[in-house]
Ligand binder design. Structure first.
Ligand code: NAD
Length: 269
């Protein structure tokens, strides 16, 4: 069913040259959608992502090199996606994290985290949502975090950005709730809230725990999980891709303004 209804639509996935964004881009590509990739990556990483998404089945795939700290570059990227008729599915996934105490967090760290994790999503949403409303179909999937639902120490800018991102998602969901029909699929805005997921983003935290255990990476992962994630299993990017794809289906028309934890029970505690 998804293959029929999504085939001629366009998805823009920010931060999709690696990790969760790439996992989501590949799963959406399997429907034949046009996929816009984005990220700060080397030429090799960019090329590998383009090949992977094409091989996954994308109708077309293009890379947009916007640095999401720059509003002008975000505006240009959304304009360029007009080559496919505009954005139908927007996945605000790009994100950065620095672990530091509140007192030691610098202005540069705060500004970068807020710009990439929060302000970029505000700009892509304000630019893409009106067109979705006109079409009676649209999906915004904001990749927040368990840290959009609960806090941890030494992550003040990150936690602040993710709580704000879930709030932004809820406001947009209310403003667009009445758009469209069951048949067109409506315009929905949701936040997915992953717990520990195997990507480069959490590698420094794994390595810090591994260093305390004689450099044993597996022991580092186990320690990280034991601290917070009751399932004691990490998630994989492709599992989040599966959820994102399901949210894109018209059958999910009434799921909006939600935060969906994928966290092995972390936020149930
Ligand atoms: P990742 O480091 O593999 O991916 C981050 C992506 O963001 C990369 O493609 C990177 O190029 C891009 N990016 C960074 N700065 C950018 C900028 N200025 N402009 C454009 N792109 C930029 O990490 P990931 O784990 O896949 O993270 C993806 C999202 O998932 C993030 O928002 C992160 O907060 C969230 N998340 C991750 C986890 C986890 O355990 N990995 C848990 C919860 C939430």
């Amino acid at each position: 069913m998804e293959k029929q209804s999504l085939k001629n639509k366009t998805a823009l996935v920010t931060g999709s040259t690696s990790g969760i964004g790439l996992g989501i881009a590949k799963r959406l590509a399997s429907t034949g959608m046009h996929i816009g990739l984005n990220g700060l990556a080397t030429a090799e990483e960019r090329e590998a992502a383009l090949v992977a998404v094409k091989e996954a089945g994308a109708g077309d795939v293009r890379f947009f090199g916007a640095d999401l700290r720059e509003v002008g570059q975000i505006e240009a990227m959304i304009d360029e996606v007009e080559c496919w008729g505009g954005v139908d599915v927007l996945v605000n996934n790009a994100g950065v994290q620095f672990t530091t105490s509140l007192a030691d967090a610098t202005t540069e760290v705060w500004d970068a985290v807020i710009a990439i994790n929060l302000s970029a999503a505000f700009h892509t949403m304000r630019l893409a949502l009106p067109k979705m409303a006109k079409n009676g179909y649209g999906r915004v999937i904001n990749i927040a975090s368990v840290h959009g639902l609960v806090a941890s120490k030494n992550k003040a800018p990150y936690v602040a950005s993710k709580f704000a991102l879930t709030g932004l998602s809820k406001v947009a969901a209310l403003e667009y709730a009445e758009i469209g029909t069951r048949e067109t699929g409506g315009v929905t805005i949701n936040a997915i809230c992953p717990g520990w997921t195997e990507t480069a983003l959490i590698e420094p935290q794994i390595q810090a725990r591994a260093a305390e255990r004689g450099g044993d990476r597996q022991a580092g992962v186990a320690t990280l999980l034991a601290e917070k994630q009751p399932s004691l299993r990490t998630s994989l990017p492709e599992e989040l891709g599966e959820l994102a794809l399901w949210l894109c289906s018209p059958v999910a028309h009434n799921i909006t303004g939600t935060t969906i934890p994928v966290d092995g029970g972390w936020t149930a505690q």
